[in-house]
Design a protein around this ligand. Structure first.
Ligand code: HEM
Length: 417
């Protein structure tokens, strides 16, 4: 059984999670960063923890154990002044900010964006369809979400490649030539993006004041008001940053892990392809939910900290202790899901925790669903004999705490004429 956080564990964490769930479902461990934290692996405990207001999201409220070492949260967000975003705050601040952003980032805005996502998807596939081989992570799953969110936010086309590079540095994405993010590169990238966003927000605010505002998401965030309250420039920058950060690597990994799972399960892939052919939207939507449950991009929900002593799953958690809810383990809990290790695109009653639960439930879920469904359906429609170019044991998974995803996914197919 692989040890927690070893490279073998990164390749297949599920047997280890099964063992934890059975033996110590709320398990205290030392993370690779040296921080001590509790891991919650049962579905019922996970759901309860995600909705428990005694578990704070504010990193300034947790113990010296983690805080003193500055090892929680997004690298660089503290020094860049980007801390006041939804994933780091509790009510009442969270309630106010979430209400404001929800007025701009609406399901309708996402639905109207569908043709653009289709266009971006086709453009990326055009880039490799004639070649007969590709790396689906570098050439497809990685660029799609970043261009999509840039477009939606209103980042001008000529600046989007800078954004792609900063975002790549922030998640330590390997470049196609094998280079990796240099030391200190993550914090530098966050700083550059912060400076860029501040200027962009300023320009858009001026355009709105001069009546020449656009209908993009940043302009929507500036316009949004609730009982006469608006986002400050600082809050708008932190909000744009978190939309980008929370919506980027997650979606890269949903497309990457999803494509990988489909390619490795021929009967399920055939079902998916038939649904694409028949235009069976209900099956496709359910399939994306199941891919998220089966091998989701968010392995653990973001940090929580006990604001008072509490008991969870039989464990006594002290005030200030960090708690990590392991969504990947909860979503394979046999007490909640029948035959949880089987990929079943027709699964019913699939109330997985892949988008979280409670007041921090993923704000971008409609956009993520749109992007993943468009990406996977278009890929298998245009390249129907898509197949893996390497064996599963040759694939490398990115070892991170919160996220789960592949470094590369080489594929072959008959070139498009
Ligand atoms: C929150 C998953 C895509 C924006 C969350 C949470 C999860 C999650 C698990 C809750 C974290 C917690 O409770 O600690 C995912 C997955 C995605 C995805 C699996 C893709 C497959 C997106 C996209 C956006 C986005 C595309 C926006 C463009 C957010 C925001 C929050 C959030 C702003 C914080 C909400 C709050 O605290 O009120 N997401 N996400 N996410 N997500 Fe997503």
């Amino acid at each position: 059984m692989p040890e927690l956080f070893s490279w073998q564990f990164a390749a297949d964490p599920y047997p280890t999670y099964h063992r934890l769930r059975e033996r110590t479902p709320v398990h205290r461990t030392t993370l690779p960063s040296g921080v001590e934290a509790w891991l919650v692996t049962r579905y019922a405990d996970a759901r309860q923890a995600l909705a428990d207001q005694r578990l704070s999201k504010n990193p300034l409220r947790h113990s010296e154990n983690a805080h003193g070492k500055g090892k929680v949260g997004i690298p660089g967000e503290r020094s860049a002044g980007l801390m006041t975003h939804l994933l780091n705050i509790d009510p009442p601040d969270h309630t106010r900010l979430r209400r404001l952003v929800s007025k701009a980032f609406t399901p309708r805005r996402v639905a109207e964006f569908a043709p653009r996502v289709q266009q971006l998807t086709d453009r990326l596939i055009d880039g490799f369809a004639g070649r007969g081989e590709a790396d689906l992570i570098h050439e497809f799953a990685f660029p799609l979400p970043i261009y999509a969110i840039c477009d939606m936010l209103g980042v001008p086309a000529e600046d989007q490649d800078d954004f792609r590079d900063w975002a790549g540095m922030m998640i330590r994405h390997d470049l196609p030539d094998g280079r990796r993010t240099p030391r200190g590169g993550v914090a530098r990238a966050v700083k550059r993006m912060r400076a860029y966003l501040a200027e962009l927000i300023h320009r858009k605010r001026e355009a709105l004041a001069g009546d020449s505002g656009a209908d993009d998401l940043i302009s929507g965030l500036i316009r949004a008001s609730d009982h006469g309250e608006h986002l400050t420039e600082n809050e708008a920058a932190a909000m744009a940053f978190i939309l980008l950060f929370a919506g980027f690597e997650t979606t890269v990994n949903l497309i990457g892990n999803g494509a990988h799972a489909l390619l490795r399960h021929p009967a399920q892939r055939e079902l998916f392809q038939r649904a694409v052919h028949d235009g069976d939207e209900a099956l496709l939507a359910g399939a994306v939910e199941e891919l998220l449950r089966y091998d989701g991009p968010v392995e653990m929900a973001t940090w929580r900290f006990a604001t008072e002593p509490l008991t969870l799953g039989g464990a006594r958690i002290a005030e200030g202790d960090p708690v990590l809810v392991v969504l990947a383990a909860a979503d394979r809990d046999p007490a909640r899901f029948h035959d949880p290790d089987t990929l079943d695109l027709t699964r019913r009653d699939n109330q997985h925790l892949g988008y979280g639960h409670g007041i921090h439930y993923c704000l971008g879920a409609p956009l993520a669903r749109l992007e993943a469904q468009t990406a996977l359906a278009t890929l298998l429609r245009r390249l129907p004999d898509l197949r893996p170019a390497v064996e599963p044991d040759q694939l490398r998974w990115r070892g991170g705490l919160i996220m789960r995803g592949l470094r590369t996914l080489p594929v072959r197919f008959t070139p498009e004429c």
